[in-house]
Design a protein around this ligand. Structure first.
Ligand code: PLP
Length: 422
């Protein structure tokens, strides 16, 4: 085949894009060992948590439960024991009025967003076109290429507040936010990838009201949030009602390999998502569901999140910030977004004498992988200045690697800013 041509679907989804570059780099860095990996969103291997997963696997093997895990197709909506256990946990913990009818399993959060976004936005019967509104840019790189038609997102620039010389924070600019009639759903990640921002309870409440007025769902991407993995350093109130679609994933619990996520939503959306699962994949991977089911039932999973996972990332964040400050020094301007959750530092260089892509290449040459800021800005009417002067650094990898990466990062940025000595 000399001239194979792809459909619009194929061309759109296989075109070069940030998420492909990111996942390729991640794979290369995880196997080569030479590059300091501060690029992807791979969770840390936390010894106590890794031991728990090994123990659960052994239990499944010893009890013979593994036979059903390997040998059965689960229903496309998900395993009924696991979805009932999750619903019971959400009722116990938060008092939400949910049952297993409100929960559907997907092959990871990324697949959930592909199906969900295209369920709620795109071309509609009668010729209408609806979009996904992202009210706070920058936003998760993985959404950017999920739309099956052009002009899929509408996005809003942030309101920026400075917090002293070295810190800043993005907030939703509600004065400019308009949930127009062509919006099919509003979506936010909370905590936010890439910035580590955590939208406040009042910002979420405000979004909920705006979505309620238009009778469209508010999607809250809870990949890093409570109850699991619970990588949130602020006191916030998790919320759900029938106007909200909450996505949760097992990935950041140290299980990205099992490709399992849950959506909590009203039953019509649950049924539609289960149908999409059946058509595209027959059923889900059931290993992750089998691993966590008894831990959801006993509540042990929440103890692990509160006592092990959250303190682990909080301590890593503290060390990463200290190494960042040490690496960059005082000789040129930089500031970092308030780190309120997740596993990233979002750093701005107001006088960066290079584009974000050039900075990425310089850093890769020096042996450190980051993700340049421009990938996290899409769907905006105008380019945003932060796209070219911010980068995202992941601090989940082993301390020695993060420390080495921060030193290389600092050295490269000092060189680019013309500061060679301190
Ligand atoms: N949403 C956010 C904000 C993420 O950071 C990620 C992964 O990094 C995902 C969704 C998708 O994760 P997964 O498909 O592993 O559940």
């Amino acid at each position: 085949m000399k001239d194979i041509s792809f459909s619009r679907f194929g061309t759109r989804l296989s075109a070069h894009c940030g998420i492909i570059e990111l996942m390729d780099d991640l794979g290369e860095a995880m196997t080569s060992g030479d590059l300091a990996m501060m690029g992807g969103g791979n969770p840390a291997v936390i010894p106590e948590v890794a031991t728990l997963w090994r123990k659960r696997l052994s239990e499944l093997v010893e009890s013979g439960g593994i036979d059903a895990v390997l040998g059965h197709y689960d229903p496309p909506k998900g395993n009924s024991r696991t979805t009932a256990a999750l619903a019971a946990l959400l009722r116990r913990e938060y008092g939400w009025p949910v049952s297993a009818e409100n929960i559907v399993v997907t092959a990871g959060g990324q697949t959930a967003f592909f199906l969900l976004f295209n369920l709620l936005a795109g071309v509609f019967d009668g010729g209408g076109h609806r979009r996904i509104l992202l009210p706070l840019m920058p936003e998760y790189i993985g959404y950017a290429n999920l739309g099956l038609c052009a002009d899929f997102f509408r996005a809003m620039p942030p309101r920026i507040t400075g917090h002293g010389e070295r810190r800043f924070k993005y907030e939703i600019d509600f004065d400019r936010l308009e949930v127009a009639s062509d919006v099919g759903a509003v979506c936010v990640s909370r905590p936010t990838n890439p910035t580590g921002n955590v939208l406040s309870d009042s910002e979420i409440e405000h979004l909920r009201r705006e979505c309620g007025k238009r009778d469209i769902p508010l999607i809250i991407d809870n990949a890093y949030g409570a109850p699991f993995p619970g990588i949130v350093f602020e006191e916030i109130r998790p919320v759900w009602d029938e106007g909200i679609i909450l996505t949760m994933s097992l990935s950041k619990l140290g299980l990205p390999g099992v490709r399992t996520a849950f959506l909590v939503a009203e039953p019509r959306i649950v049924r539609a998502m289960a149908a999409l699962n059946a058509v595209t994949a027959l059923s889900n991977n059931n290993l992750g569901q089998a691993l966590v089911a008894p831990l959801l039932e006993s509540g042990e999973l929440l103890r692990i999140c509160r006592e092990v996972i959250r303190p682990f990332y909080e301590a890593k964040r503290r060390r990463a910030l200290a190494w960042l400050e040490e690496g960059l020094g005082e000789a040129f301007p930089w500031r970092v977004h308030e780190s309120e959750g997740a596993m990233f530092l979002w750093v701005e260089f107001p006088r960066l004498p290079a584009s974000a892509a050039e900075l990425y290449r310089e850093l890769k040459r020096e042996g450190v992988l980051v993700v340049p800021g421009h990938y996290f800005f899409y769907g905006l009417e105008e380019e945003h200045p932060h796209a070219e002067r911010c980068v995202r650094l992941t601090f989940s990898q082993p301390d020695a690697e993060v420390q080495r990466g921060m030193a290389l990062f600092g050295r490269t940025l000092r060189r680019l800013h013309g500061v060679s000595h301190r």
